[in-house]
Design a protein. Sequence first.
Lengths: 117, 116
Amino acid sequence: AQSVTQLDSHVSVSEGTPVLLRCNYSSSYSPSLFWYVQHPNKGLQLLLKYTSAATLVKGINGFEAEFKKSETSFHLTKPSAHMSDAAEYFCVVTDMYSGGGADGLTFGKGTHLIIQP
Amino acid sequence: GAGVSQSPRYKVAKRGQDVALRCDPISGHVSLFWYQQALGQGPEFLTYFQNEAQLDKSGLPSDRFFAERPEGSVSTLKIQRTQQEDSAVYLCASSLSGTGFYNEQFFGPGTRLTVL
């Protein structure tokens, strides 16, 4: 079985300051991990993904995430927030051998990122 | 280029009505997924197609939910005798290959269903 926990439902930062969105996962086997972003009235967009290659993953729009197996974490960071980063962010896990959902993704409940001017 | 499209974008139904939600995946994408996203929650997996074959429907919440993809392209999610708890955004996603987790899933904008 697989699950993912996003530790903060809301995160508020000032424009130009660093962003940290926290995610912990649980997986019986070797997980693949993703971060998706959802802007209002738009489809979910993939930010980055980890699939057992480099543990530090770089994504679009300056975001990156580090896979830490010992901590079962996959936190999303960005050095400097922009107003356009305001959105809902989802941490997602899929387990290669889960057998359920046939590569369907297991989403966290989301973190709403607020950018203060 | 065209992405995943869904129609209608918004649907209001009276309790007990049947509804049909349409998904047009990206042309040539083999895999198609349906998810349900309740208010304030993350999307939850409903069902998965590889071409026209429905390989997994373990996430469908009841036998009132039915999905099809008869020609391996467009898919329809049908909900019979809608209930208030069916109110949610229904998301469709497609990916190029059958091995979904190696391939990015591209999501449509969703259909927001409200059952009164």
